[in-house]
Design a protein around this ligand. Sequence first.
Ligand code: KG4
Ligand code: ZN
Length: 355
Amino acid sequence: MLVLGIETSCDETAAAVVADEHPRIRGHRLLSQVKEHRPYGGIVPEIAARSHLEHLDGLIAGAMADAGIGFGDLSAVAATGGPGLIGGVIVGVMEGKAIAFARDIPFIAVNHLEGHALTARLVADTEFPYLLLLVSGGHCQLLIVEGVGRYRRLGTTIDDAVGEAFDKGAKLLGLGYPGGPAIEAAARAGDAACFALPRPMRGREGCDFSFSGLKTALSREVALRTRGAGGLTAQDQADLAASLQAAIADCLIDRTANAIEIFQSRYPAGRALVAAGGVAANTMLRMRLAELAAEDELEFVVPPAALCTDNGAMIGWAGLERLKAGLIDGLDFAPRPRWPLDPTAPRAIGAGVKA
Ligand code: KG4
Ligand code: ZN
Protein backbone atom coordinates (compact mmCIF):
# COMPACT_ATOMS: atom_id res chain seq x y z
CA MET A 1 0.00 0.00 0.00
CA LEU A 2 1.21 3.48 -0.88
CA VAL A 3 -0.58 6.59 0.38
CA LEU A 4 0.09 10.22 -0.49
CA GLY A 5 -0.28 12.50 2.55
CA ILE A 6 -0.96 16.23 2.24
CA GLU A 7 -0.67 18.73 5.10
CA THR A 8 -1.74 22.38 4.73
CA SER A 9 -3.56 23.25 7.96
CA CYS A 10 -1.13 25.75 9.41
CA ASP A 11 2.18 27.28 8.26
CA GLU A 12 3.90 24.24 6.76
CA THR A 13 3.10 22.97 3.29
CA ALA A 14 3.99 19.28 3.21
CA ALA A 15 3.56 16.15 1.13
CA ALA A 16 4.80 12.62 1.71
CA VAL A 17 4.44 9.12 0.33
CA VAL A 18 4.16 6.42 2.99
CA ALA A 19 4.02 2.66 2.69
CA ASP A 20 2.79 -0.10 4.98
CA GLU A 21 6.10 -1.92 4.50
CA HIS A 22 9.52 -0.67 5.59
CA PRO A 23 10.93 1.81 4.79
CA ARG A 24 7.62 3.44 5.59
CA ILE A 25 8.47 6.97 4.51
CA ARG A 26 9.28 6.79 0.78
CA GLY A 27 9.21 10.48 -0.07
CA HIS A 28 8.93 13.51 2.20
CA ARG A 29 8.88 17.19 1.25
CA LEU A 30 8.12 20.18 3.45
CA LEU A 31 8.23 23.93 3.03
CA SER A 32 8.04 26.09 6.13
CA GLN A 33 6.40 29.49 5.71
CA VAL A 34 8.24 30.96 8.69
CA LYS A 35 9.98 33.62 6.58
CA GLU A 36 6.70 34.81 5.06
CA HIS A 37 5.02 35.26 8.45
CA ARG A 38 7.99 36.49 10.50
CA PRO A 39 7.50 40.20 9.68
CA TYR A 40 4.05 39.98 11.30
CA GLY A 41 5.19 38.14 14.45
CA GLY A 42 2.75 35.28 13.84
CA ILE A 43 0.78 33.41 11.19
CA VAL A 44 -1.35 35.46 8.79
CA PRO A 45 -4.06 33.04 7.53
CA GLU A 46 -4.49 34.64 4.11
CA ILE A 47 -0.77 34.60 3.40
CA ALA A 48 -0.65 30.97 4.56
CA ALA A 49 -3.47 29.86 2.23
CA ARG A 50 -1.96 31.60 -0.81
CA SER A 51 1.45 30.13 -0.10
CA HIS A 52 0.03 26.59 0.21
CA LEU A 53 -1.66 27.05 -3.16
CA GLU A 54 1.57 28.22 -4.76
CA HIS A 55 3.82 25.45 -3.45
CA LEU A 56 1.73 22.33 -2.93
CA ASP A 57 1.93 20.98 -6.52
CA GLY A 58 5.71 21.17 -6.55
CA LEU A 59 6.05 19.51 -3.14
CA ILE A 60 3.77 16.64 -4.16
CA ALA A 61 5.75 16.16 -7.38
CA GLY A 62 8.96 16.12 -5.30
CA ALA A 63 7.66 13.57 -2.80
CA MET A 64 6.42 11.32 -5.63
CA ALA A 65 9.77 11.59 -7.42
CA ASP A 66 11.65 10.74 -4.19
CA ALA A 67 9.45 7.66 -3.84
CA GLY A 68 10.06 6.80 -7.49
CA ILE A 69 6.36 6.37 -8.23
CA GLY A 70 3.61 7.88 -10.36
CA PHE A 71 0.03 8.72 -9.39
CA GLY A 72 -1.06 5.36 -10.85
CA ASP A 73 0.87 3.56 -8.09
CA LEU A 74 -1.04 5.20 -5.23
CA SER A 75 -3.56 3.21 -3.17
CA ALA A 76 -5.19 6.37 -1.76
CA VAL A 77 -4.74 10.10 -1.13
CA ALA A 78 -5.02 11.53 2.39
CA ALA A 79 -5.26 15.24 3.16
CA THR A 80 -5.68 17.12 6.43
CA GLY A 81 -9.40 17.88 6.59
CA GLY A 82 -9.15 20.01 9.76
CA PRO A 83 -8.88 21.35 12.37
CA GLY A 84 -6.82 24.31 11.22
CA LEU A 85 -6.81 27.55 9.28
CA ILE A 86 -9.67 27.02 6.88
CA GLY A 87 -8.11 28.59 3.76
CA GLY A 88 -5.14 26.24 3.94
CA VAL A 89 -7.26 23.20 4.74
CA ILE A 90 -9.41 23.90 1.66
CA VAL A 91 -6.29 24.00 -0.55
CA GLY A 92 -5.08 20.59 0.63
CA VAL A 93 -8.50 18.95 0.56
CA MET A 94 -9.24 20.18 -2.98
CA GLU A 95 -5.87 18.95 -4.21
CA GLY A 96 -6.36 15.56 -2.56
CA LYS A 97 -9.86 15.17 -3.96
CA ALA A 98 -8.70 16.13 -7.46
CA ILE A 99 -5.98 13.45 -7.47
CA ALA A 100 -8.37 10.86 -6.02
CA PHE A 101 -11.04 11.71 -8.62
CA ALA A 102 -8.62 11.71 -11.55
CA ARG A 103 -7.11 8.35 -10.53
CA ASP A 104 -10.30 6.80 -9.15
CA ILE A 105 -8.68 5.97 -5.81
CA PRO A 106 -10.03 6.56 -2.28
CA PHE A 107 -9.84 10.01 -0.70
CA ILE A 108 -9.29 10.16 3.06
CA ALA A 109 -9.83 13.30 5.12
CA VAL A 110 -7.49 13.07 8.10
CA ASN A 111 -8.03 14.87 11.38
CA HIS A 112 -4.72 16.72 11.85
CA LEU A 113 -4.72 15.71 15.52
CA GLU A 114 -5.10 12.06 14.56
CA GLY A 115 -2.05 12.52 12.35
CA HIS A 116 -0.04 13.59 15.40
CA ALA A 117 -1.67 10.89 17.54
CA LEU A 118 -0.77 7.97 15.26
CA THR A 119 2.82 9.01 14.46
CA ALA A 120 3.99 6.81 17.35
CA ARG A 121 2.76 3.82 15.35
CA LEU A 122 4.54 5.01 12.21
CA VAL A 123 7.88 5.21 14.04
CA ALA A 124 7.52 2.55 16.77
CA ASP A 125 4.50 0.27 16.10
CA THR A 126 3.07 1.33 19.47
CA GLU A 127 0.10 -0.87 20.34
CA PHE A 128 -3.34 0.40 21.39
CA PRO A 129 -4.36 1.51 23.92
CA TYR A 130 -1.84 4.20 24.83
CA LEU A 131 -1.86 7.46 26.74
CA LEU A 132 -1.18 10.50 24.58
CA LEU A 133 0.03 13.96 25.54
CA LEU A 134 -0.77 16.07 22.48
CA VAL A 135 1.04 19.39 22.66
CA SER A 136 0.99 21.74 19.68
CA GLY A 137 0.47 25.34 18.66
CA GLY A 138 -3.30 25.02 18.75
CA HIS A 139 -3.93 22.21 21.25
CA CYS A 140 -2.93 20.84 24.61
CA GLN A 141 -4.72 17.62 25.50
CA LEU A 142 -4.35 14.32 27.30
CA LEU A 143 -6.14 11.48 25.52
CA ILE A 144 -6.39 7.74 25.61
CA VAL A 145 -5.92 6.35 22.13
CA GLU A 146 -8.07 3.21 22.00
CA GLY A 147 -7.77 2.63 18.27
CA VAL A 148 -7.93 4.34 14.89
CA GLY A 149 -10.68 6.96 15.19
CA ARG A 150 -11.28 6.07 18.86
CA TYR A 151 -10.18 8.62 21.44
CA ARG A 152 -11.12 9.40 25.04
CA ARG A 153 -10.14 12.87 26.16
CA LEU A 154 -9.01 13.11 29.79
CA GLY A 155 -8.17 16.80 29.79
CA THR A 156 -7.59 19.89 27.70
CA THR A 157 -6.56 23.49 28.14
CA ILE A 158 -9.09 25.90 29.54
CA ASP A 159 -7.41 28.85 27.81
CA ASP A 160 -4.21 28.96 25.71
CA ALA A 161 -2.58 25.99 24.02
CA VAL A 162 0.92 25.16 25.26
CA GLY A 163 2.54 26.09 21.93
CA GLU A 164 0.83 29.47 22.26
CA ALA A 165 2.43 29.87 25.69
CA PHE A 166 5.83 29.36 24.07
CA ASP A 167 5.02 31.59 21.09
CA LYS A 168 3.55 34.45 23.13
CA GLY A 169 6.33 34.11 25.71
CA ALA A 170 8.96 34.40 22.99
CA LYS A 171 7.25 37.50 21.62
CA LEU A 172 7.26 39.12 25.07
CA LEU A 173 10.96 38.33 25.43
CA GLY A 174 11.75 39.71 21.98
CA LEU A 175 12.89 36.30 20.74
CA GLY A 176 10.69 36.24 17.64
CA TYR A 177 8.60 33.60 15.93
CA PRO A 178 8.21 30.61 16.10
CA GLY A 179 8.60 30.78 19.83
CA GLY A 180 9.17 27.19 20.94
CA PRO A 181 12.56 26.65 19.31
CA ALA A 182 13.60 30.24 20.21
CA ILE A 183 12.74 29.76 23.90
CA GLU A 184 14.51 26.41 23.94
CA ALA A 185 17.67 27.89 22.42
CA ALA A 186 17.72 30.95 24.70
CA ALA A 187 17.02 28.80 27.79
CA ARG A 188 20.30 26.90 27.33
CA ALA A 189 22.23 29.90 28.64
CA GLY A 190 19.70 30.69 31.38
CA ASP A 191 18.98 29.83 35.01
CA ALA A 192 15.48 28.38 35.47
CA ALA A 193 15.50 29.22 39.19
CA CYS A 194 15.97 32.93 38.50
CA PHE A 195 12.30 33.85 38.21
CA ALA A 196 9.51 32.31 40.29
CA LEU A 197 6.80 31.94 37.64
CA PRO A 198 3.50 30.27 38.65
CA ARG A 199 2.55 26.67 37.83
CA PRO A 200 -1.17 27.00 36.93
CA MET A 201 -3.35 23.98 37.89
CA ARG A 202 -0.48 22.15 39.62
CA GLY A 203 -1.71 19.89 42.38
CA ARG A 204 -5.32 20.10 41.26
CA GLU A 205 -7.43 17.08 40.44
CA GLY A 206 -7.98 16.07 36.84
CA CYS A 207 -6.00 16.59 33.66
CA ASP A 208 -6.92 20.08 32.45
CA PHE A 209 -4.31 22.73 31.69
CA SER A 210 -4.13 26.50 31.89
CA PHE A 211 -1.38 28.71 30.51
CA SER A 212 -2.73 32.25 30.25
CA GLY A 213 -1.67 33.16 33.82
CA LEU A 214 1.87 32.20 32.98
CA LYS A 215 1.88 34.66 30.11
CA THR A 216 0.60 37.43 32.40
CA ALA A 217 3.24 36.64 35.03
CA LEU A 218 5.97 36.68 32.39
CA SER A 219 4.85 40.05 31.04
CA ARG A 220 4.97 41.44 34.61
CA GLU A 221 8.56 40.25 35.04
CA VAL A 222 9.51 41.72 31.67
CA ALA A 223 7.94 45.07 32.63
CA LEU A 224 9.84 45.08 35.95
CA ARG A 225 13.18 44.29 34.28
CA THR A 226 12.81 46.82 31.51
CA ARG A 227 11.49 49.77 33.53
CA GLY A 228 13.59 52.77 32.65
CA ALA A 229 16.49 50.61 31.53
CA GLY A 230 15.84 50.02 27.84
CA GLY A 231 15.33 46.45 26.66
CA LEU A 232 16.06 43.14 28.33
CA THR A 233 19.67 42.07 28.56
CA ALA A 234 20.64 38.82 26.84
CA GLN A 235 21.06 37.24 30.30
CA ASP A 236 17.56 38.36 31.35
CA GLN A 237 16.17 36.89 28.14
CA ALA A 238 17.94 33.59 28.80
CA ASP A 239 16.90 33.42 32.47
CA LEU A 240 13.28 34.27 31.65
CA ALA A 241 13.23 31.74 28.79
CA ALA A 242 14.64 29.03 31.09
CA SER A 243 12.14 29.94 33.82
CA LEU A 244 9.22 29.84 31.37
CA GLN A 245 10.30 26.52 29.88
CA ALA A 246 10.65 24.98 33.36
CA ALA A 247 7.24 26.28 34.46
CA ILE A 248 5.56 24.88 31.34
CA ALA A 249 7.31 21.53 31.76
CA ASP A 250 6.28 21.34 35.44
CA CYS A 251 2.64 21.93 34.49
CA LEU A 252 2.71 19.32 31.74
CA ILE A 253 4.37 16.75 34.00
CA ASP A 254 1.92 17.34 36.87
CA ARG A 255 -1.14 16.93 34.62
CA THR A 256 0.36 13.92 32.81
CA ALA A 257 1.05 12.21 36.15
CA ASN A 258 -2.67 12.43 36.96
CA ALA A 259 -3.52 11.07 33.52
CA ILE A 260 -1.16 8.10 34.00
CA GLU A 261 -3.00 7.20 37.19
CA ILE A 262 -6.34 7.24 35.38
CA PHE A 263 -4.94 5.38 32.35
CA GLN A 264 -3.39 2.61 34.43
CA SER A 265 -6.52 2.06 36.49
CA ARG A 266 -8.87 2.04 33.46
CA TYR A 267 -6.61 0.29 30.95
CA PRO A 268 -4.39 -2.17 32.87
CA ALA A 269 -3.16 -3.61 29.54
CA GLY A 270 -1.88 -0.17 28.41
CA ARG A 271 1.91 -0.02 28.16
CA ALA A 272 2.95 3.31 26.67
CA LEU A 273 3.01 7.04 27.21
CA VAL A 274 3.24 8.86 23.88
CA ALA A 275 4.04 12.53 23.28
CA ALA A 276 3.19 14.23 19.98
CA GLY A 277 2.81 17.65 18.39
CA GLY A 278 5.31 20.45 17.84
CA VAL A 279 6.02 21.10 21.53
CA ALA A 280 7.07 17.45 21.92
CA ALA A 281 10.18 18.45 19.95
CA ASN A 282 11.40 20.20 23.14
CA THR A 283 14.42 18.37 24.55
CA MET A 284 13.81 19.22 28.20
CA LEU A 285 10.18 18.12 27.99
CA ARG A 286 11.19 14.86 26.32
CA MET A 287 13.62 14.14 29.15
CA ARG A 288 11.11 14.93 31.87
CA LEU A 289 8.40 12.80 30.24
CA ALA A 290 10.83 9.88 29.81
CA GLU A 291 11.60 10.04 33.55
CA LEU A 292 7.92 10.19 34.46
CA ALA A 293 7.06 7.21 32.24
CA ALA A 294 9.93 5.18 33.72
CA GLU A 295 8.68 5.86 37.26
CA ASP A 296 5.33 4.35 36.27
CA GLU A 297 6.82 1.50 34.27
CA LEU A 298 5.46 2.76 30.97
CA GLU A 299 7.37 2.79 27.72
CA PHE A 300 7.89 6.38 26.53
CA VAL A 301 7.45 6.91 22.81
CA VAL A 302 8.09 10.22 21.10
CA PRO A 303 8.71 10.71 17.37
CA PRO A 304 11.94 12.35 16.20
CA ALA A 305 11.60 16.16 16.38
CA ALA A 306 11.00 16.50 12.62
CA LEU A 307 7.95 14.25 12.92
CA CYS A 308 6.62 16.05 16.02
CA THR A 309 6.14 19.33 14.17
CA ASP A 310 3.66 19.33 11.27
CA ASN A 311 4.59 17.14 8.31
CA GLY A 312 3.05 15.14 5.47
CA ALA A 313 4.18 11.69 6.64
CA MET A 314 1.90 11.79 9.68
CA ILE A 315 -1.09 12.54 7.45
CA GLY A 316 -0.14 9.83 4.95
CA TRP A 317 0.31 7.33 7.80
CA ALA A 318 -3.02 8.19 9.46
CA GLY A 319 -4.58 7.86 6.00
CA LEU A 320 -3.00 4.45 5.59
CA GLU A 321 -4.29 3.31 8.98
CA ARG A 322 -7.77 4.56 8.10
CA LEU A 323 -7.64 2.90 4.68
CA LYS A 324 -6.81 -0.44 6.34
CA ALA A 325 -9.77 0.06 8.68
CA GLY A 326 -12.08 0.83 5.73
CA LEU A 327 -12.53 4.44 6.85
CA ILE A 328 -12.59 6.41 3.62
CA ASP A 329 -14.39 9.64 2.78
CA GLY A 330 -16.58 10.87 -0.03
CA LEU A 331 -15.60 13.65 -2.42
CA ASP A 332 -18.32 15.69 -0.70
CA PHE A 333 -16.26 15.91 2.51
CA ALA A 334 -16.44 19.48 3.84
CA PRO A 335 -13.26 20.92 5.47
CA ARG A 336 -13.66 21.38 9.24
CA PRO A 337 -12.04 24.35 11.03
CA ARG A 338 -12.94 22.63 14.32
CA TRP A 339 -12.82 18.89 14.67
CA PRO A 340 -12.48 17.33 18.15
CA LEU A 341 -10.88 13.87 18.40
CA ASP A 342 -13.32 12.88 21.11
CA PRO A 343 -16.71 14.38 20.21
CA THR A 344 -18.23 13.06 23.45
CA ALA A 345 -15.87 15.08 25.67
CA PRO A 346 -17.57 17.99 27.42
CA ARG A 347 -16.61 21.50 26.34
CA ALA A 348 -13.82 22.90 28.48
CA ILE A 349 -14.98 25.50 30.98
CA GLY A 350 -12.84 28.50 31.84
CA ALA A 351 -12.09 32.10 31.10
CA GLY A 352 -11.25 32.53 27.42
CA VAL A 353 -11.87 28.90 26.48
CA LYS A 354 -10.77 28.11 22.95
CA ALA A 355 -10.56 24.34 22.89
O1 KG4 B 1 2.29 20.62 15.78
P1 KG4 B 1 2.80 21.93 15.29
O2 KG4 B 1 3.95 21.92 14.30
O3 KG4 B 1 1.64 22.77 14.65
C1 KG4 B 1 0.34 22.75 15.17
O4 KG4 B 1 -0.40 21.79 14.87
O5 KG4 B 1 0.04 23.69 15.95
O6 KG4 B 1 3.20 22.77 16.59
C2 KG4 B 1 3.72 24.06 16.49
C3 KG4 B 1 4.04 24.57 17.88
C4 KG4 B 1 4.45 26.03 17.92
O7 KG4 B 1 3.72 26.67 18.95
C5 KG4 B 1 5.94 25.97 18.23
O8 KG4 B 1 6.40 27.09 18.95
C6 KG4 B 1 6.02 24.70 19.07
O9 KG4 B 1 5.13 23.81 18.44
N1 KG4 B 1 7.37 24.14 19.09
C7 KG4 B 1 8.12 24.00 20.20
C8 KG4 B 1 9.38 23.49 19.78
N2 KG4 B 1 9.33 23.32 18.43
C9 KG4 B 1 8.09 23.71 18.02
N3 KG4 B 1 7.84 24.29 21.49
C10 KG4 B 1 8.81 24.06 22.39
N4 KG4 B 1 10.04 23.61 22.08
C11 KG4 B 1 10.36 23.29 20.79
N5 KG4 B 1 11.57 22.83 20.48
ZN1 ZN C 1 0.19 20.06 14.30
